[in-house]
Design a protein around this ligand. Structure first.
Ligand code: BV8
Length: 230
């Protein structure tokens, strides 16, 4: 008897747009006014750490003003209904999935509310501003702290786990992502290696990877996800 289906969900910035968290490529997108590599790469950080700290300090502080939307809550409900056979992988660095109750969650691109010390390697919860002169709470060194965020040219977190679960996925939901950045943009192709896997894309428009989906739900996640989960 076949085991119950495994559901893998990938979310992107479109998941949090209706909560008031700006997306990257929208009209008022985060990348607007910035060159991606200037604020989201090790080179950009080395060149101008204060610019990069400011970019992340603003986004970290903004988390105190936003709430999960009905889409986040729908995914937390889906996880409860499919306990043990559900994994949520997010490209987002906000904490809205956790605040909606999601638990089986991988932040493949890191988290705004964490900092990492390049001197001692410690990763710690961090909710205040970061600057070059901030002292590490673990080793006491100054100058080693950076946002615990995966920048361009850096390896995403937990890729082995993600690829193993994708291989066994019976349902792959791809939600609110433009499908531009790899390796996340390649997950649909990975899931599709299992011809029995059901792939569904949720977005308000077509994306770079829409043609890989036989099923597409067009509309805002706060409306369409609760309907889908019911
Ligand atoms: C890697 C954290 C292996 C930062 C992010 C040369 C050298 C090295 C690597 C590369 C290279 N050339 C290419 C690469 C790979 C590179 C890449 O893909 N580049 C792109 C630009 C081509 N990737 C990497 O570097 C990755 N690492 O490859 O490691 C490696 C290592 C070394 C050397 C070689 C290989 C690491 C990438 C991670 C970067 N960090 N985030 C931060 O947050 O500041 S990326 C960031 O943008 C997001 O995390 C996400 O991953 C990505 C895309 O954003 P989306 O989430 O899709 O958001 P976007 O705004 O684009 O779209 C929003 C969507 O929502 C839209 O479709 C919209 O229609 C929809 N939407 C809006 N509202 C709603 C909605 N949908 C539904 N409802 C709504 N209401």
């Amino acid at each position: 008897m076949r085991a119950e289906p495994n559901i893998v969900v990938l979310t992107g910035a479109g998941m949090s747009a209706e909560s008031g968290v700006p997306t990257f490529r929208g009209a008022d997108g985060l990348w607007e006014g910035h060159h991606i590599e200037m604020v989201a790469s090790p080179e950009g950080f080395a060149r101008d750490p204060e610019l990069v700290h400011r970019f992340y300090n603003l986004r970290r502080a903004a988390l105190n003003t936003v709430e999960p939307n009905a889409g986040h809550h729908a995914l937390a409900r889906l996880e409860r209904e499919w306990r043990g056979r559900f994994l949520l992988v997010t490209q987002n660095v906000d904490d809205l999935h956790e605040r909606a109750g999601s638990e089986k969650l991988i932040h493949m691109h890191g988290e705004l509310r964490k900092a990492r010390c390049e001197c001692c390697g410690a990763v710690m919860a961090w909710n205040k501003d970061l600057a070059s002169g901030t002292r590490c709470r673990a080793c006491g060194e100054i100058g080693g702290l950076r946002p615990h965020i995966v920048w361009f040219g850096e390896f995403p977190f937990e890729m082995e786990t993600i690829m193993n679960v994708l291989k066994n996925a019976d349902i792959f939901l791809c939600i609110g992502t433009s499908g531009v950045v790899y390796p996340a943009a390649g997950f649909a192709k990975e899931a599709a290696r299992n011809p029995a896997c059901r792939l569904v894309e949720f977005n308000i428009e077509s994306t770079e990877i829409s043609r890989q989906f036989r099923e597409r739900v067009i509309g805002p996640v706060s409306v369409e996800l609760p309907k889908f989960v019911e």
